[in-house]
Design a protein around this ligand. Sequence first.
Ligand code: ADP
Ligand code: MG
Length: 257
Amino acid sequence: MSAPLLEARQLSLDIGGKTVVDRLNLNLQPGERLAILGRNGAGKSTLLSTLAGLRPPQAGAVLLDGEDCTLLPPRQAALRRAWLGQFQNDPFGSTVLETALTGRHPHLGRWAWESKRDAELARGALQALGLAGMETRQVHTLSGGERQRLAIATLLTQAATLYLLDEPLSHLDLNHQMAVLELFAGTARDCGAGVVMVLHDPALAHRFCDRALLVYGDGRCEQGTVDTILTAKTLSELYGYGLRQIEDRGQRCFIPE
Ligand code: ADP
Ligand code: MG
């Protein structure tokens, strides 16, 4: 059997003097989607950036395709995993198309320019995110939701097998939230990609993910299939707010009490 796309072994993480996770074991197989949920400040972004190999853990290891991610050169890591950070910085002027094309950089030789094929991939990703026709716009003129969709389009042009998405739905209206979740569901189903996403809506996590990891912010974590772990009981404890659970045609909703 081949190695999982992503594996965390006995992973322990501290930040600002607090323990985020303590000896966490986790793995993700091709085609699987995992949601990470927790309160503000629980350590979700810290965990996700560690899973991306961007932050060293206090103990334990992160493996991409069975290889310790700290031993992978950045380009090799970028060919395997694509990371969507929670915030987008645009220190330099650049157009929408130029920004999407940066997703191809790990695929290019040191002195190579983007090819016609790279431009086609970038344009296809922009179209998939509803940004066709905006290729020549400057990024700083985009709305928050448009900028977020451009960040996701850039990730798609990277064409990795593992997507690590920190709050991919932030700034998106309902229509675009569903489109983005459907898109990654299709990428997982049709291309065997693995997807880990930090989400704040447990109903969407239940509908669009196979498993969920709850991060309590004091080192405790719980994981399981969405059916078993996303319940009113666990989520009320996770968020410190009472929730009621409703089932409707196989979908699960949570209503604040
Ligand atoms: P989440 O994504 O779950 O909202 P983060 O992973 O961003 O949480 O942050 C976890 C905790 O660590 C928060 O309390 C945050 O304030 C703190 N934190 C984040 N970065 C630093 C840092 N560089 N130094 C000290 N504390 C930090
Ligand atoms: Mg965060």
